[in-house]
Design a protein around this ligand. Sequence first.
Ligand code: CA
Length: 602
Amino acid sequence: MFMNQSLRYWGTALVLLPAAGASAQTHGKPVDAKMLRNAASDATEWVTYGRDYSETRYSPLRQINASNLSRLGLTTVFPMTALGAMEATPLVHDGIMYVSHSYGIVFAFDLHTGEKIWEYDPKVAYEVQQHGCCGVVNRGVALYQGRVYVGAMDGRLIALDAKTGKVDWEAQTTPTDNAYTSTGAPRVIKGKVVIGNGGAEYAVRGFFSAYDAVTGKLAWKFYTVPGDPSKPVENPALTKAMKTWNGDWWKMGGGGTVWDSFAYDPAADLMYVGTGNGGPWDRDYRSPGGGDNLYLSSILAVRPDTGKLVWYYQTTPGDSWDYTAVQQITLLDLKIGGRTRKVLVQAPKNGFFYVLDRITGELLSAEPYGHITWAKGIDMKTGRPIENEGARYPAGTAQPVSPGPGGVHNWHPMSWNPDTGLVYIPGSNSTMVYSATPNFAYKKGSWNSGSSITAPNRPEMPFIGPPAVPGQNGFLSAWDPVANKERWRVTYGPTFNGGTVTTAGNLVFEGTADGHMVAYSADKGEKLWEMNLQERNMASPITYEFDGKQYIAILGGRASNPAAGLRGGAGAAGKDQSGPGPKLFIFALDGKKSVEEALPRK
Ligand code: CA
């Protein structure tokens, strides 16, 4: 059935392409609110992180498809002066690609000439690089009204002139006396730039905030964890949260940082936000005596004008395993039980694929999409997980649990294809042994997980449920969110593989952990095409059309600098880099560029 549908699209490709091409370079104006709202229907561009507000990463382009994939090749291999691992999704507007990478360095790349137009370096202080959580990465920028917005690693939200790369304004979004970092892509919703941050491993207090896109003035701030109970709450939603915490959590912070997912439904005027794990990880240290610890590991529905909470759903009450729910939230309209439901779907770290009514927050289904031992399932009456006996790790015990803190799904973007009705999840299975750190004492600005993690290499340990998984094993799962079950799966060796993009050409593209770019058929998961890019750490692919031609682009690679991405002093990025480093790869039909010619000469 899916195949017939796909063939029909391929058959009409030649008729449809000129029309799509005609609209390609007629924008001639900056990204505005209307373009953001209609991003899904403009096949030629990629103007916001997840391609559209629903974060689908689906493209209607079909010039590249199974019938001509053998002609797909590289048109550009652009070596980047970057350190750390590549995680960013580039944006494309009006013939220019905006790329961010380590620290929040941004450059504009001219699709006409294949040259860099400008580059901006936020010059993040060396101290932040050393103490910040968790990797010198950046996942993307936002575009709006002639500005490019980036979160620098030190928590500054910076608005750049899209034409010149010059700073228009900057705002410090995080306290500078603690280990907050900003690595996620900001989003622009109703004239406000929404930005989160990371640092839950350092037990910082999580929040996200919104800034006026023109002036850089703070509009509102939403703390995900209550503060000092003797002081007034900053947000009415925290009154309820306060009752779910014990002890002196506020003296540490509590975690719940928001470092990745934002989605927006303009019709409902609701913004959806995923929150992070507890800090410290071990609830016994964070909230002695227990409690759900709202709003950790939760999905929040919030009014973008005010930051007011409308509903919430907590995926992992009383988290002790670093099970963040910051993972991508995708908004879909699905036919469930004979009627169209406006839903959101999420595949958070804890391994359950959630389908919720996005207007009311009602849980519609939750099924495991990977190897899980911490819970038996989700109680559909209460919406709560049914934890397995022994999933927690009281002091003095060591418990193997699946998944480990890497989660079954992490930052790697998934994608949704309306033609196949499938979500493509870049996942991985793992087991780790959790134990409480003896005599844990909170130290501000330091790693404060309060837990130790080891590989499950002692066979005498009692395993919960299914046997342990050695290592962290990657897979690509094609998931049917209506039936809430898997339709096909590709398994890999060690992970992490990159994010996915899917197209009307019945294709799914993914970069693998060992530096290959791969295309699968979206309906069946057949590997149709592959290229060895001789890299590691692939980010997430995008696709766009330029001058009537469809392109696929992806960042890949990791600097081989032994300092693990740290850069000394005030020198320019990448000066001390040696060997193959990160690159921007662009593919199209009949691309003839070779990877080798971009590698440094020996
Ligand atoms: Ca974490």
